[in-house]
Design a protein around this ligand. Structure first.
Ligand code: APR
Length: 201
């Protein structure tokens, strides 16, 4: 069940991305595009062997880019596209010393490129609904909070200038992960008066 959130056109859900009723799902792949574990394994299992056969013809995908394929066996569930993207492996910035602010690491920019590339492909193919897993936050070790902030920021900016996708779903694999996203999907309420000086009696 998706949360009703403060930002229209963005939804949050907890579960298996291959079960969602959306037009396009994003796969957190590796550069070979020939499958793996985690969400990559789940999507290849759900889409069936034709996906692997198709991906063998693609010649791989560099980090930060995305490739769109048919959904094969997932089409029975109404999924039309799978968008495979290759996220960064955390800790691969040779110059990083661990104190960088958001956006100042190579991995931040590569992860942002993944979200951007997936959104552009979804829009170009008219996908009205698009679901993202937490790209790079599993095997690739990207800190979840930092990744969620990058994800929500890029999706919000893209939706602000494009009518398609109409809705983006952040599909978390645990309630803990969803709690992280919820913090970035619920704008802070600065309307409360701020008490300055003595507390009211
Ligand atoms: N549905 C939704 N989310 C899932 C699912 C699923 N079925 N399975 C795993 N996840 C979540 C994980 O909990 C994590 O938060 O997806 C996120 C991404 O984790 P990984 O799948 O490990 O992907 P990533 O960290 O990007 O590493 C990619 O792992 O599986 C291999 O072939 C893949 O080499 C590539 C690497």
């Amino acid at each position: 069940m998706s949360d009703a959130l403060s930002y229209p056109r963005m939804e949050l859900t907890v579960g298996d991305i291959t079960q969602l009723k959306v037009e396009a799902i994003v796969n957190a792949a590796n550069s070979s595009l020939l499958g793996g574990g985690g969400v990559d394994g789940a999507i290849h299992r759900a889409a069936g062997p034709r996906l692997l056969a198709h991906n063998r013809t693609l010649g791989g995908c560099p980090t930060g880019e995305a490739r769109i394929t048919p959904a094969f066996d997932l089409e029975a569930r109404g999924v039309k596209h799978i968008i495979h993207t290759v996220g960064p492996v955390w800790g691969t910035d040779p110059r990083a010393d661990g104190r960088e602010r958001l956006g100042y690491r190579l991995e931040d920019n590569q992860l942002g490129q993944c979200y951007q590339a997936c959104l552009e492909l979804a829009a170009a193919h008219g996908a009205r609904t698009l679901a993202f897993p937490g790209i790079s936050t599993g095997v690739y070790g990207f800190p979840k909070e930092r990744a969620a902030q990058i994800a929500v920021g890029h999706v919000r900016a893209f939706l602000g200038r494009s009518p398609v996708p109409e809705t983006v779903v952040f599909c978390c694999f645990s309630e803990e992960d969803a709690e992280i996203y919820r913090r970035f999907l619920t704008p802070k309420d600065y309307s409360q008066s701020i008490q300055i000086g003595r507390k009211p009696s």
